[in-house]
Write a protein that binds this ligand. Structure first.
Ligand code: F6R
Length: 261
């Protein structure tokens, strides 16, 4: 796992955007796996800026989002389809027909899960999967104790996740309790993973993901198995890492081609 520590979330997101921009410049028809939530917002703003000021071209890019709440239509302002339109798709030159978010209102949710997997395969697989990190160690909506081989499926959200995400729904009761999410097995098949985690609320999860044992109780620890996983953290989320100096040493001694900035 490549661990990069930046002073703050802003610097981490700008670096994350550079990783994605480099890929899109090298491979204009790249397939990106995307995430929602608070963490990638600044990264998306930076991609929008790069599109506007530097001509970063998304015309041939295809995207697959990690997850969607069950029962929320694309028009619902808390649906992840809505989030992606508002925070990225409407501000870049992406062909919206190339953007994929699981349909949480599909009449047959199991069929939708299977079809989502097939769509990813038909697109040639995901070149880079962007991820955030739940306080309980989830990635996508793969909650603790789920299978590390799981595929896209319907998951029950944990109480912690409900509490963490309910503010935007107004109340806990108004929040969906189920989501369609890519599985851990699906995520691990991406050719590259890029996870961002910032702030003191993520310190413990970051520590467990990077330095803890590989364990289903911390789903993000599965990234230890991935041949090309990059984790960008800030000083506060990295504050529990025992080997922080080692990660800084590696970062400081990278060859020019191994750097993103
Ligand atoms: C979002 C997702 C989740 C979030 C995680 C962190 O698509 O899959 O795993 O990345 O819950 O959320 P934030 O960024 O809001 O702290």
């Amino acid at each position: 796992m490549e661990v990069i520590i930046r002073p703050n979330a802003d610097a981490g997101c700008v670096l994350g955007a550079k990783v994605i921009a480099k890929l899109v410049r090298e491979k204009p028809d790249a397939v990106l796996g995307l995430a929602t939530g608070r963490t990638p917002l600044r990264l998306y703003q930076e991609l929008i800026r790069m599109h506007r000021d530097e001509g970063l071209d998304f015309r041939h890019v295809t995207t697959f989002n990690l997850d969607e709440y069950v029962g929320l239509p694309a028009t619902h302002d808390q649906s992840y389809r809505y989030f992606m339109r508002e925070n990225l798709f409407n501000h870049i030159n992406i062909d919206q027909s190339r953007t994929h978010v699981p349909d949480g209102t599909a009449p047959d949710l199991h069929a939708e899960c299977r079809a989502y997997e097939k769509r990813i395969v038909a697109a040639g697989g995901i070149d880079l999967q962007l991820l955030g990190l739940g306080r309980n160690g989830h990635i996508g909506f793969n909650e603790p104790s789920g299978s590390l081989y799981s595929r896209t499926w319907i998951k029950i959200l944990s109480e912690q996740t409900l509490r963490d995400n309910s503010d935007v729904f107004g109340s806990l009761a108004a929040m969906p309790r189920h989501a369609i999410t890519m599985g851990i097995g699906t995520i691990l098949e991406a050719r590259r993973c890029l996870l961002l985690a910032f702030g003191p609320a993520k310190t413990r999860a970051v520590e467990r993901m990077i330095e803890g044992p590989l364990a289903a109780i911390c789903p993000a620890s599965a990234l230890q198995l991935h041949p090309r996983a990059t984790v960008i953290v800030d000083e506060s989320s990295a504050s529990g890492l025992q080997y922080a100096d080692h990660y800084r040493w590696i970062d400081a001694n990278k060859l020019a081609w191994q750097r993103y900035d």
